[in-house]
Ligand binder design. Structure first.
Ligand SMILES: [Zn+2]
Length: 467
């Protein structure tokens, strides 16, 4: 286990741009100072880093230092579904991908819908993460009668947020009705507790199922018909209205539709306390890619048209969408092109590929490196009350660092992959810009494609909730 004291010679990126600076760390693994280098000291050296030197110094000449990514949407399947992933493998994949904090979703087994299950999960996961982590609770239909007490108790245990699954997805946790959600958001309106919504309307999806027998099971458009845009937009509008009427802090997961971007922008102008995320799969793929990728690109909500994809980029660049998360959803079972497009499992294992994919986009000019920092670390940390401890490299912040080689070419393959499941449409993809070392609170956790430490990630009990 290597405690790092300085990272020298690199370029430190923030939301505001690059800085030629050395990073000085204190004994607690926090950033002590950023020492800007003079023009005479360019740190120029023939061979490129990273190179580990005496006294815990990393020579990062030619490399970029990014605040480690904060992935606010992962499913590590632990406890209960560990044949697909567990916290050790999921967090190892995170570390290799430059992700230093993850927030894990509550559709594990048992579902985290009450304080007992959350306490059980906190104990089950302890000591088994390479990166720092938060855990969601869920608002579930079974607890509708004592929802306020259940949510209050989960918040008291440190839940990073409360997830509401408005549509059927893995685990099929049912949400309370709108009346109960309204009471819930009214009650917690000023507390700062984040309510995170999967926006697809259950009733719309259940009705649409009857269309199956008239649809072609091999045609990707059949899946899009069974998960109508109407259901996604209805749920999104309902959640935005909930935020406007109650003042609650609402987060919309995996935005995939252009009309949703417009609705979110409008709700923000009206003063809603809303943040929104999208995911690499919605930014890089569209329905036209199904013949190439096949079932590997099946996700919920589904990946839609090229027009939606372009609107999501625009939404990010203009600020309607705040951040990128992965919705890392590993499934062990191989998906076959011979089964119907509407058959589960859905989801994409993505925690390791998010940063490489986005850095590659930045290097191609689709956005800037500062945009990537804002979307993958600063804004996600802000959305869940973790900023500036996480999501920045300002003095006093945790020294969570993704050390990136902007020249390194990568390929998504078995030599690099750390997750248990390989369900990704990006398998085999090549690009440029790779995290080559990762620090969590000043400790070297991954180095040149290998794990470099024991799992010492910490549970981040949410301190943002004002009680
Ligand atoms: Zn999810």
């Amino acid at each position: 286990m290597q405690q790092i004291t300085r990272v020298i010679g690199g370029t430190v990126w923030s939301e505001d741009g690059p800085l030629q600076a050395d990073l000085v760390l204190d004994a607690e693994g926090k950033v002590e100072a950023l020492e800007v280098r003079g023009s005479q000291d360019t740190g120029a050296r023939d061979e490129k880093g990273p190179r580990l030197e005496e006294g815990g110094v990393i020579d990062a000449t030619g490399l970029w230092l990014l605040p480690g990514a904060v992935d606010v949407h992962v499913h590590f399947r632990d406890p209960g579904l560990v044949e697909s992933e567990d916290f050790l493998t999921g967090s190892a994949a995170a570390a290799l991908g430059g992700v230093t904090t993850v927030l894990d979703m509550p559709n594990t087994l048992p579902p985290v819908g009450d304080p007992g299950a959350l306490g059980e999960k906190i104990r089950a996961v302890a000591g088994r993460s390479y990166v720092d982590y938060g855990l969601f609770g869920a608002a579930v239909a079974e607890r509708e009668d004592d929802l306020l007490a259940a949510v209050e108790a989960m918040a008291a245990l440190g839940a990073c947020g409360i997830k509401v699954f408005l549509g059927p997805t893995t685990g099929d946790i049912q949400a309370p009705g709108w009346g109960a959600l309204y009471e819930l958001c009214r009650h917690f309106g000023k507390s700062g507790l984040v309510f995170t919504f999967h926006c697809e309307d259950r009733d719309v999806i259940q009705r649409a199922r009857a269309r199956r027998r008239r649809l072609d099971p091999a045609d990707y458009q059949s899946l899009l018909q069974l998960r109508p845009r109407f259901g996604e937009l209805l749920a999104t509008d309902g959640v935005l209205r909930l935020a406007l009427e109650t003042g609650a802090r609402v987060h919309i997961a995996h935005v995939a539709l252009k009309e949703a971007v417009v609705a979110i922008a409008q709700a923000k102008r009206w003063g809603a306390q809303v943040t929104a995320e999208t995911c690499p799969q919605y930014l890089l793929l569209s329905d036209g890619d199904y013949p190439v990728h096949g079932p590997a690109m099946k996700a919920l909500p589904p990946i839609r048209s090229a027009g939606d994809r372009e609107a999501l980029w625009q939404g990010l660049l203009e600020g309607a969408i705040d951040l990128v998360a992965t919705d890392h959803a590993p499934h062990r079972r191989e998906r076959s092109a011979h089964e119907a497009v509407w058959e589960p499992p859905f989801g994409i294992a993505g925690v390791q590929t998010m940063l490489p994919l986005l850095l590659d986009q930045a290097l191609q000019g689709a956005c800037t490196v500062s945009d990537v920092v804002r979307w993958t670390s600063a804004n996600p940390a802000r959305a869940y009350g973790l900023y500036p401890q996480k999501g920045s490299l300002l003095p006093g912040a945790d020294a969570d660092v993704a050390l990136v080689d902007p020249e390194a070419e990568w390929r998504v393959d078995e030599t690099w992959w750390k997750g248990k499941s390989r369900n990704t449409p990006f398998w085999g993809r090549r690009g440029k810009g790779l995290p080559v070392a990762t620090l969590v609170r000043g400790r070297l956790v991954s180095w040149q494609g290998s794990l470099a430490a024991e799992p010492q990630g910490r549970f981040l009990a949410n301190s943002a909730v004002r009680r």
